[in-house]
Design a protein around this ligand. Sequence first.
Ligand code: LLP
Length: 407
Amino acid sequence: MVALAEEFGTPLVIYDGGLLRDTMRRYVSAFRAHDAQAEVIYASKAFWAQALLRMAHEEGLRVDVASGGELFMALHAGFPAEKIVMHGNAKDARELGEALDAMVGLVVVDGLDEIALLDRLAGERGRTQDVLVRVTPGVKPSTHQYISTGQIDSKFGFSLEGGLAAAAVAACRSAANINLVGLHCHIGSQIFEIGAYRLAAQLLAAFVKEQGGDDLTVMDMGGGLGIAYTRDDEPPSVEAFADMVMDSVSEEWDAAGLPRPRVMVEPGRSIVGRAGITVYRVTGTKDIPGVRRYAAVDGGMSDLMRPMLYGAVYEALLPERPEAEATEVLRLVGKHCESGDVLIQEADLPPIGPGDLVCLPATGAYGVAMASNYNGVTRPAVVFVDNGEATLVVRRETYAELVARDL
Ligand code: LLP
């Protein structure tokens, strides 16, 4: 990390390329161990560099895109369109047209207006589009409310309660240019209590039974497996998650007397989160007597929004002195003109000063993917390290790029 920070500058996001690939393989084999037809769909919103998307394709994953832009990036990385799953709660005509023109494998429909629009746009192209209906089963796992999506009062999908999901299934079945093939649900993110997936499977199996027909053959159970951000976090393993999802679906569908569906899952965070580390350089410290000590670094909310947005807790380590004893509690802050630009409220660290490197582990998901240019800060470079070799996969943004779009 010290050498990479020297070579590529800071802030720098470093991924363990071997761990990325290994996690993808573990995911695919854990699910395929239950059913060779099971599919792992990488949720590209978590981190969408071309190098990562190409790796996901090489490892046999499909890809979930949530906008026209993510669709473009997946196609650009070489994903065949039939492996792409198009998401979004507010897809517009342009994005749906792009998905149809690319001939994506699946569109996950999220609203009645969208179903009507997709039907018309597919008809204009003389096409029939395979779709999943996004269902919100009313399961609320304990996670931050902004990243919990399976509850009824949500902007996403169609709730089972109140008949919305049934209406969506009926609308798809009667649309001439839409081919309903199954259901989708995503109950939330950063989930440790994976029993919530069993509850979702129970509700979904009952719904499939109630809807009858033989067209609901795909069950996409979404993403959501949590990761460890601090050393106190103990999330379930990928294998435990696979067992829970696959066993729940098999058992609930069997119990309902239904033929087992083809299961899909859409992990994002649990593939890329732990593989990424962000390295910053300390610009200065200050002591406010009787209050606290601050240390400021050369990045912050522009490369890592999560502490500010969700109160997410990270730990800090010193790449230059990893074994040094933590004797200080200080507030690690970013360089932005916002009091809330705090990376760690209370970081346990050895004494540090200007020029020292500090790294935050587990920043690989929803870090650079949510980066901004606030305060004209250029977005960081991204490096993959594999077998002792570093490859720059995303170069640092330049000042010229900050004005490149202005007319
Ligand atoms: N599928 C759908 C439909 C989703 O909405 C999401 C995430 C995923 C899959 C992937 O979920 P994962 O396996 O990564 O939990 N920015 C927030 C997380 C937002 C998640 C949005 N949806 C954060 O930094 O915690």
